[in-house]
Design a binder for this molecule. Structure first.
Ligand code: ADP
Ligand code: ASP
Ligand code: MG
Length: 407
C-alpha cells in the first residue's frame, strides 16, 4: 500500500462535470489500494474574480483581509469534491489549511509553509478516509488565514508529500506535463520526459506557470519526485527529479516567458553611492521582490535606475518608488507595463558558451529590441516589448532545436 498525494488545479476542477471526473480518478487510485491525500485549487477563474473584488473595494486592499477573501475559492472546491466522493460511497473529509493545520509565516498573499501537522491526516488515513485538503491556504502562528501566492496549491501538495513522506506526488493539470515551452502558444512544443529540479526552478521562476516555483524548491529540498500530468487522460507526464547525466547532454531544455512583470525606471538620479539601496530598501521592507535591475552608465553624474516587479506588486511599488525618488533628487519615475521576459533555460549551458549570443542574434534578426538582460549559469533572460512575446518564444524554440527542426 502506498501513500499518494494528488493535486488537481483549477482547470481540472473548473466545472461540476470536471469535479466528477476528478472524483472518479481519485476513487480509482484509492480502489487500487492506496492511501490518499488530495489537494485541490479553486475552480478556474474563481481566484481571479476574488482578486478583482478586492481591487474594486479598495485601492490598496488590507493584506490580512485579502487572504481571508482569496482563500475562499478553495473552500468551495474541497466541499464539492468531498461531497462527490461521499455520494459515490467513499469515506472522504474536506479540510481547510488552518484545520490541518498548515502553519506558515505571516507574509500575507505570499506566505511560506513552515510546518505541516500530520496528526489528523494520519488518523484519517488509518480510518480509510480520503482527505481533501484546500491548496493555497495556510494559517500563521496567530491564527490568521494566509495564502501562498498565485499558483500556490502546487506548493501545498509538494509540501504535503514531503511532510508525509508520500510514495507518490502527482500534480494534475490541463496539459500532459512540462513542455519545451508553453504548448498553448507554440504548437511545436514537446513534452519533456524528465526535468531536473534546477531547470524546473528556472522555468517556474521565469514564468512557466505549470508549477509554482516554491513547489519546486520544496521538491528539491526534500527530494520529492513530482509527476506532472493531465487530469484529462492517462498519458505519462513529466518527472521533476534529481539531475542525471542524460540531462547535461541537452543544451537548452526550455523557453519560458512571463508577461506578468512591469518596469519602473527612476530617471536622472545623482550618481552617488547608496542610491540603489535607497530605492530598493523601502520596497523590500514592504515585502516586494524586485526581479531584473539595470543601472545605466552615468552621464554628467546622473544615472537611470530601472527594475521590474510583478504586476500584482506594481501599484504599491510605484507609490513607494515615487516617495523614494523625491528623497534622492531624481528627475522623474517612468513606467512600462507592456513588457515581457523571455528566457532560455538548460543545465547544458554550464558547459557550453554562446547561448546568449545565439539568442541575441536571433532576436535581432526579427527586429526585436532587448531592453534588459539577466543571466545565471543555466539561463539567459531578456526583457522585450510584450507584443513580440509569442514571436520571440517561437523563434528561440526553433533555433535551439526544440521544435525538432534544424537549428
Ligand atoms: P492548474 O490550473 O492545473 O494549476 P496552470 O494554469 O496553473 O494549471 O498551469 C498549467 C498551464 O501552464 C498550461 O495550461 C500552460 O499554458 C502553462 N505553461 C506555461 N509554460 C509551460 C510549459 N513549459 N509546459 C507546460 N505548461 C506550461
Ligand atoms: N487558486 C489559487 C490561484 O488561482 C491557487 C492555485 O490555483 O494554485 O492562484
Ligand atoms: Mg497552477
Amino acid at each position: 500500500m502506498a501513500l499518494v498525494v494528488q493535486k488537481y488545479g483549477g482547470s481540472s476542477m473548473g466545472t461540476i462535470e470536471r469535479i466528477r471526473n476528478v472524483a472518479k480518478r481519485v476513487a480509482k487510485t484509492y480502489d487500487a489500494g492506496n492511501d490518499m491525500v488530495v489537494v485541490v485549487s479553486a475552480m478556474s477563474g474563481e481566484t481571479n474574480k476574488l482578486v478583482a473584488l478586492a481591487n474594486d473595494i479598495s485601492e490598496f486592499p488590507d493584506n490580512r483581509e485579502y487572504d481571508v477573501l482569496v482563500a475562499s475559492g478553495e473552500q468551495v472546491s474541497i466541499a464539492l469534491l468531498a461531497m462527490c466522493l461521499k455520494s459515490m460511497g467513499y469515506k472522504a473529509k474536506s479540510y481547510h489549511g488552518w484545520q490541518i493545520p498548515i502553519i506558515t509565516d505571516n507574509a500575507f498573499s505570499k506566505a511560506r509553509i513552515e510546518k505541516i501537522d500530520d496528526t489528523k491526516i494520519r488518523a484519517d488515513i488509518k480510518d480509510g478516509t480520503i482527505l481533501v485538503v484546500a491548496g493555497f491556504q495556510g494559517v500563521d502562528s496567530d491564527g490568521n488565514v494566509t495564502t501562498l501566492g498565485r499558483g500556490g496549491s502546487d506548493t501545498s501538495a509538494v509540501a504535503m508529500a514531503a511532510a508525509l513522506k508520500a510514495d507518490v506526488c502527482e500534480i494534475y493539470t490541463d496539459v500532459d506535463g512540462v513542455y519545451t515551452t508553453d504548448p498553448n502558444i507554440c504548437e511545436d512544443a514537446k513534452k519533456i520526459e524528465k526535468v531536473s529540479y534546477d531547470e524546473m526552478l528556472e522555468l517556474a521562476s521565469l514564468g512557466a506557470k505549470v508549477l509554482q516555483i516554491r513547489s519546486v524548491e520544496f521538491a528539491k529540498k526534500y527530494n520529492v519526485d513530482v509527476h506532472v500530468r493531465s487530469s484529462f487522460n492517462d498519458n505519462p507526464g513529466t518527472m521533476v527529479t534529481k539531475e542525471d547525466k542524460d540531462m547535461e547532454a541537452v543544451l537548452v531544455s526550455g523557453i519560458a516567458y512571463d508577461k506578468n512583470e512591469a518596469k519602473i525606471a527612476v530617471m536622472q538620479v545623482p550618481d552617488k553611492p547608496g542610491i540603489a539601496a535607497k530605492i530598493l530598501s523601502p520596497l523590500s521592507e514592504a515585502n516586494i521582490s524586485v526581479d531584473m535591475i539595470v543601472q545605466n552608465v552615468s552621464a554628467a553624474d546622473l544615472t537611470d535606475f530601472t527594475f521590474t516587479v510583478t504586476k500584482a506588486d506594481f501599484k504599491k511599488a510605484l507609490a513607494i518608488t515615487r516617495e523614494a525618488a523625491k528623497g534622492i533628487d531624481a528627475k522623474e519615475v517612468v513606467t512600462d507595463e507592456n513588457i515581457s521576459k523571455v528566457s532560455v533555460v538548460g543545465v547544458g549551458m554550464r558547459s557550453h558558451a554562446g547561448v546568449a549570443t545565439r539568442m541575441f542574434q536571433a532576436l535581432a534578426k526579427e527586429g526585436i529590441n532587448i531592453q534588459m538582460i539577466s543571466t545565471s549559469e543555466i539561463k539567459v533572460s531578456v526583457v522585450i516589448d510584450a507584443k513580440y512575446t509569442e514571436l520571440a518564444v517561437r523563434v528561440l524554440h526553433d533555433i535551439f532545436g526544440l521544435s525538432g527542426k534544424a537549428a
